[in-house]
Design a protein around this ligand. Sequence first.
Ligand SMILES: Nc1ncnc2c1ncn2[C@@H]1O[C@H](COP(=O)(O)OP(=O)(O)O)[C@@H](O)[C@H]1O
Ligand SMILES: CC(C)(COP(=O)(O)O)[C@@H](O)C(=O)NCCC(=O)O
Ligand SMILES: [Mn+2]
Length: 840
Amino acid sequence: MAGLIDEPILGTNDIIETREEAEIKDVLIDKVREEGGQGDREMAPPTGNSIHRSGSRPQLDLSKAAILGNSEERDPTILLPNQSDDISHLALDIGGIDSHGWLSETPANCSAEIKATGGGAYKFADLFKEKLGVSLDKEDEMDCLVAGANFLLKAIRHEAFTHMEGHKKFVQIDHNDLFPYLLVNVGSGVSMIKVDGDGKFERVSGTNVGGGTYWGLGRLLTKCKSFDELLELSQRGDNRTIDMLVGDIYGGMDYGKIGLSASTIASSFGKAISEKKELEDYRPEDISLSLLRMISYNIGQISYLNALRFGLKRIFFGGFFIRGHAYTMDTISFAVHFWSKGEAQAMFLRHEGFLGALGAFMSYEKHGLDDLMVHHLVERFPMGAPYTGGKIHGPPLGDLNEKISWMEKFVLKGTEITAPVPMAPPGTTGLGGFEVPSSKGGTLRSDASALNVGVLHLVPTLEVFPLLADPKMYEPNTIDLSDHVELEYWFTVLSEHLPDLVDKAVASEGGTDDARRRGDAFARAFSAHLARLMEEPAAYGKLGLANLLELREECLREFHFVDAYRSIKQRENEASLAVLPDLLMELDSMTEETRLLTLIEGVLAANIFDWGSRACVDLYHKGTIIEIYRMSRNKMQRPWRVDDFDVFKERMQSSGDKKPRPHKRALLFVDNSGADIVLGMLPLARELLRRGTEVVLVANSLPALNDATAMELPDIVAEAAKHCDILRRAAEAGGLLVDAMINALDGSKENSSSVPLMVVENGCGSPCIDLRQVSSELAAAAKDADLIILEGMGRALHTNFNARFKCDALKLAMVKNQRLAEKLIEGNIYDCVCRYEPAS
Ligand SMILES: Nc1ncnc2c1ncn2[C@@H]1O[C@H](COP(=O)(O)OP(=O)(O)O)[C@@H](O)[C@H]1O
Ligand SMILES: CC(C)(COP(=O)(O)O)[C@@H](O)C(=O)NCCC(=O)O
Ligand SMILES: [Mn+2]
């Protein structure tokens, strides 16, 4: 039986950064007590916040946090006015540059032990004690860097990527094949660390020409006031005016004999030897680019030589210098590729600037993070301060009102961020051909790195679905959004669906002014996400359609829309339950063979009740959806576009005297509400029960569109059971019925034996399902299952269409999108899919 969904151990990853002289990169992952793990479903508060994968409120309350004063001021103050003192785990990486006096003047009553690494952990220890009453527990910087890198590479999906010629490609690293690697941390200076395992490493080299050199020299030469400004200048630079190129020496020709193109830099800043020109005669843009190329290239080259020295194939680059800056990464990659003749690969980390802080956090004993696996962590991208682009990149704004008013202000400030940003095709660069930055854009986001950092939620109850045939090869998404045309199409679909969704969401909260404000804020927030992803599709990791659909649900929850389709679901359930007895009677009058076909037809036809599809919403508004449902129910044209019904029937049906062995247990992943569940999946479940197969209805943990949740299903089943003895006994055996209902059907209280009908939650709150992260309850239920039925476009087409399972699998859906129908099944909208795949 489904229990209450456990409150997870919750984590947030917050960033406060940065001023010029001092940087604090802090990471907080805080534990929240597990709540009601064995509790009763009815006891669960009906809000999304009680359920895992939600509850994005950080435990470190940085609301109204501010670095007072501006960045040029020497002694600004950091204020955390709303912070209570119940944080149990906090880790900081503090730079060591002159920063005295930047802590709050108000001593806080903080008893927490804070892990700290970096030079500043030593340098400012007394200051922390004096100003905040906080003792810093110092951790070795190298230990932390390595622990942080190992954690990221093992536990975060889509953490590492290559970056060549403007093109980002995520690399999934096999845990068992991670070591050895070279970790290059590009901070002020550069450390090169050969990593052989957890805690096993050696700093094999380094260079003093690093991020500090770029920023320091750059500041002197260009008079830039901030690092971001300097980096932004480089975007518009042309280094040929200042670098001496091979072509300058060889009269515009390549030096082909030794593989140098005319555009290869022969000597960085080599043209500046000209006596005719002074510093003022060079454009700051060109200087910045030249400097950036010189330093990045040098780092890439030295890194490769060290990798070569130790026979290391993989080099990971971290450190705050990189800042997700495309050109920096391209230059480093180019150097590694060029000098290794393509043998070695430069890889970058999405959370590149937080290795030290993460490592310091990992050093807490007994926090249970030692055996973290990738499926235990869910990364979320809540809306908040990162988008403000100011000096304070705060955490997600915790307070709803703050979030809304921030959104309102944000809209007043201009629409740049919500305007769709066209993506330029990546420029190509040939051998040595970095004449212009390949990812040259109009502006460089000052908050580029902050936007790539999500909130990590630690959910130890998540598991990999045990029936996946090959979990390592499993890719949930069917649609690849790295195809730009595809991306644009789905972005348009989601944008166009927004007004209708907001209407439903606002109505679900009584249409109050508050709900309207929240609805507007949600729409802006989600549009901002879309714009961000349009600009950089890989900003939040590898992007699939399922991620976008889930992001939308998470965004609704963030603006406290608990269940936008609640009343729609109720209405549809009631209407369907009213006609269920007639349907069951009709089914019972059929032969076994006709019945099985009618049941599958029923599931497919009822899948039209989908409030997430533009076409279906139009049908609802025109009032024709019931008509279409009735028609397709009465006259389903076979063969369907994908039609494996006959093979399925063969497995299910007796032939001659031979009775087939019934499946032991079937997992039915249900979709939507009303007809879809009551008139589609429940009758199919009943058929399986009648054949002696245990049935587990698998439903969402959190609402998504009009999908019924695991919390809602028992009531629906109980209602249905009033009209059906088979369902009643099975539900009773599965513990789904409370005593009061047991006698409702025929007054008898026989303790009949029946295979059970159960309900479990799937661990997610999305119209799709990523089977790498399901609830432990579902994973447990799956152990005995030999049949799974995935229903709906989200769960059977957008995700899992190509998934292979260890047991028999039936994928049922009506395609309610013309483009998807064309692409996936070479068919048309409202075509049906019945794909049956025996155990592989
Ligand atoms: N906003 C910023 N302000 C200052 N430096 C920045 C900023 N963003 C990136 N950097 C780069 O990051 C470098 C410091 O990186 P970091 O990883 O913090 O190293 P360290 O811990 O050695 O100080 C700077 O030298 C600079 O090149
Ligand atoms: C959100 C959905 C996956 C839900 O479909 P379902 O799983 O309920 O069959 C689907 O409605 C969808 O892909 N909608 C977006 C495309 C469109 O509006 O045409
Ligand atoms: Mn659905």
